[in-house]
Write a protein that binds this ligand. Structure first.
Ligand SMILES: Nc1ncnc2c1ncn2[C@@H]1O[C@H](COP(=O)(O)OP(=O)(O)OP(=O)(O)O)[C@@H](O)[C@H]1O
Ligand SMILES: [Mg+2]
Length: 397
């Protein structure tokens, strides 16, 4: 690794023949020798390159070697370059070179001793290579330290996510168990009751009227079980990206109007009322089954969390979009919770009004997004909520 570092050497002398001779002495394949005939020339090379060593002739016309060395010591980029002075006479050594303490300085005397020149240059080049390699190692260490730090933060984040996921799964399991048990309890009670009547040959319990009511009750319980299971399946379809949208042309006004009509029993059970305001048909290309699922959830929520207040439903088009609004005047949703309710398993109502799995809005938002639309909420705690679904009238894809 050490020898792969190219070392640049600077030699400065006003006589070209001296430069050539010196170059021949110190040149090697892994070294690059730069020659300067004056201090000025040397300075511009010094600013351009990073040198392992500068060999300066002391006696030069204009700026001499010592003056050049002083300038070098005064400049950040060049102040640590080792300097070897080449001098002809001993008396020059009396020159008080101010930068002497601040860096490696050495002397060579003319006539040059070939061996001395080579070994001095070798020493400095080796030093340069070692410090260069050290610097690289320090940098590499610093890099790997930073990488480790990053990894650690990521690990911590993942751990927090995992813990959150485990908590959510546990919560989910207990909610599912509860939600499944409710209709199953209803069904088993009904069954036991009928068994009792049968055991007593009580035909009066099975008149046509009573059978109608029984079948209706059973159907409702079974439907709610199916809906739970469908919702859970939808969540896993969304997770695996397999929620499919099958668009077809239909009238949104018609769909919502049918839904509102079919909701009559739920509206009555919630002791609420539901009113539809719609202009003409709003026709577009959407997945009718999925849009029905979304509106059904919004209507169910409005009744569930509407505190018996009247529910208003609007269908209209605006800004090239089809829009459905469902407004209730119930418990409302705080601003902080308005974001949470679109996440899976999020249920925020404190007054645990017979709630569902907390999946409805999560699934709804995914369905609407898959249509290129949006679903938004406007609400204040205690002042009811307005949910608005916007669907593009012209399907882009
Ligand atoms: N109209 C509303 N008014 C007040 N809070 C609401 C309303 N709609 C939704 N929420 C809050 O948002 C939560 C999430 O709603 P979402 O429809 O996703 O789930 P859910 O109705 O509880 O269960 P699911 O729809 O899975 O049966 C609800 O639990 C409730 O706390
Ligand atoms: Mg819901």
């Amino acid at each position: 690794m050490l020898s792969t570092v190219q070392a640049k050497l600077l030699i400065v002398d006003d006589l070209p023949e001296n430069l050539l001779a010196l170059e021949a002495l110190i040149k090697r394949e892994d070294r690059q020798v730069f020659k300067a005939l004056s201090a000025d020339e040397a300075l511009s090379l010094l600013l351009e390159h990073e040198f392992a060593l500068a060999i300066l002739d002391v006696q030069m016309p204009g700026m001499n070697g010592f003056e050049l060395a002083e300038l070098m010591r005064g400049t950040e980029k060049t102040k640590n370059i080792p300097i070897v002075f080449v001098s002809a006479a001993g008396r020059e050594l009396n020159y008080a070179f101010k930068g002497y303490e601040s860096g490696a300085v050495d002397f060579l005397h003319k006539p040059l001793d070939i061996h001395a020149v080579k070994s001095k240059v070798n020493v400095f080049v080796d030093l340069y290579r070692q410090s260069k390699a050290m610097k690289l190692q320090v940098e590499a260490l610093e890099r790997s330290r930073r990488e480790q730090e990053l990894l650690l933060t990521r690990l911590q984040a993942t751990q927090a996510e995992l813990e959150q996921a485990v908590r959510m799964r546990d919560d989910f399991m207990s909610i599912v168990a509860h939600e499944v048990r409710t209709p199953l309890n209803g069904l088993i009670l009904e069954t036991q009751l009928r068994k009792m009547h049968l055991a007593r040959d009580n035909a009066a319990a099975f008149t046509l009227d009573k059978m109608h009511a029984m079948v209706d009750r059973d159907e409702r319980q079974i439907q709610s079980l199916i809906r739970l299971i469908e919702d859970m399946l939808d969540v896993s379809r969304i997770r695996t990206g397999k929620l499919s949208i099958r668009p077809g042309r239909f009238d949104l006004t018609q769909l919502v109007s049918n839904l509102v009509e079919n909701f009559a029993p739920q509206v009555a059970a919630a002791e609420s009322s539901m009113q539809l305001v719609a202009g003409g048909p709003v026709v577009g290309n959407w997945d009718e089954f999925r849009i029905e699922q979304v509106i059904t959830n919004l209507l169910t929520n409005a009744l569930r969390y509407g505190a018996k207040s009247p529910v208003e439903v609007r269908v209209y088009n605006e800004h090239g979009e089809a829009r459905v609004e469902v407004r209730d005047h119930g418990i409302g949703i705080s601003e902080a919770n308005q974001k949470r309710i679109f996440q899976q398993f999020e249920r925020v109502s404190a007054s645990q009004v017979s709630a569902g799995l907390g999946l409805g809005l999560f699934i709804s938002e995914q369905i609407i997004a898959a249509h290129g639309g949006t679903i938004e909420v406007e609400s204040r705690i205690g002042e009811g909520a307005l949910f608005r679904v916007c669907l593009p009238l012209e399907q882009s894809a």
